[in-house]
Design a protein around this ligand. Structure first.
Ligand code: CP
Length: 332
């Protein structure tokens, strides 16, 4: 694996098809979970640079732990708050607030590090700019070393790999009660802020590519996601209908995609509760975190027996460790 920025980076992996590749990565991640230090020298004398243009807790810490488990050194650089303001547009006349062009900075990161990992967020102001993924593409173009997305303007692939690992782990531990093809529901939830579509896009992209679930997306009117990620899923605005018989419910807010970056709905009836959960097949509930309690997801769910959120966040380490090990391991 050269870069890791979306599920499409698995197409050229040595695993065969994308579904097989996802299963192989999930298996490897669960092996790391059972034996975290089994490849403790794989990254010896290698260094990963993690650039954060935006805040993070889980992604930052889990990537550091993962790299350390492989014997790698990690350097964190909070570009957004500590670095020079970067310019990403080609041929920009830099007479504004940006100080250094990515064309100058990225090759330097390429000299300092063996792998570059980057977190950016969308502006949520200009859909074309955000969906062009200019930031991550410019780093890939100019760094000359493998690039790992720690969440980009439109996708969060390490989160999505983690989510499939967590679903697979839960299926492995539930021999009865869950069909071999689980029903997975992605449900929109209310929020006070306009949030990116990254997690929902990415989850949809990965579950569709995995191909081993009956996948349903439910959201209010006007919250359709970009079809390039959702195609293949059943989409409904009837949350109750969607929840019927669900084995997993993935809860996430996102702002509108079509009329970009807006909040059209804050209806609290979209928040998942134990009453709503009764319609499911005793579904496990997932969320990427951070979560606004009792706005996006209720206390009773988060603190209840069906919540996978802490296990899911813990699994971020094994997803990151698997991806780093795939990049470090030369393809024979
Ligand atoms: N889920 C996730 O990416 O969490 P952080 O924003 O804390 O990294």
């Amino acid at each position: 694996m050269k870069n890791f920025t979306s599920v499409n980076d698995l197409v050229s992996s040595s695993f065969g098809g994308v579904g097989e590749a996802i299963n192989a990565l999930a298996k490897k991640a669960l092996e790391y979970k059972a034996n975290p230090l089994k490849d403790k020298t794989l990254g010896a004398n290698k260094r990963i640079g993690c650039l954060f243009l935006n805040p993070s807790m889980r992604t930052r810490l889990s990537t550091q732990v993962a790299a350390q488990n492989l014997g790698m050194e990690t350097i964190i650089f909070n570009v957004g708050s500590e670095g020079w303001a970067l310019e990403f547009e080609e041929e920009a006349i830099m007479s504004g607030s940006t100080v250094e062009h990515v064309k100058d900075a990225a090759p330097i990161f390429g000299k300092y590090f063996d792998i570059l990992a980057i977190r950016t967020f969308p502006s949520l102001k200009n859909k074309e700019d955000d969906y062009s993924e200019l930031y991550i593409k410019q780093f890939i173009k100019y760094a000359g070393i493998p690039v790992v997305s720690l969440e980009s303007a439109t996708l969060h692939p390490l989160q999505s790999l983690t989510d499939i690992i967590t679903i697979q782990e839960s299926l492995n531990n539930s021999p009865s009660g869950v069909s071999t093809k689980p029903k997975i529901v992605l449900t929109w939830a209310p929020h006070v802020k306009a949030l990116p579509q990254c997690v929902a896009n990415s989850f949809s992209q990965w579950i569709n590519a995995w191909g081993e679930a009956d996948f349903v997306i439910t959201h209010p009117e006007d919250y359709e996601l970009d079809e390039q990620f959702t195609k293949g899923a059943t989409i409904t605005q009837n949350q109750d209908e969607a929840l019927k018989g669900a084995d997993f419910v993935y809860v996430k807010n996102w702002s509108t995609y079509t009329d970009y970056g807006r909040i059209y709905c804050n209806d609290p009836r979209w928040m998942l509760t134990n009453e709503k959960l009764k319609q499911t097949n005793n579904a496990k509930v997932m969320h990427c975190l951070p979560v606004r309690r009792n706005v996006e997801l209720s206390d009773e769910i988060l603190d209840g027996p069906n919540s996978l959120v802490t296990q899911e966040a813990g699994n971020r380490v094994w997803a990151a460790q698997t991806v780093l090990s795939e990049i470090l391991t030369p393809i024979p």
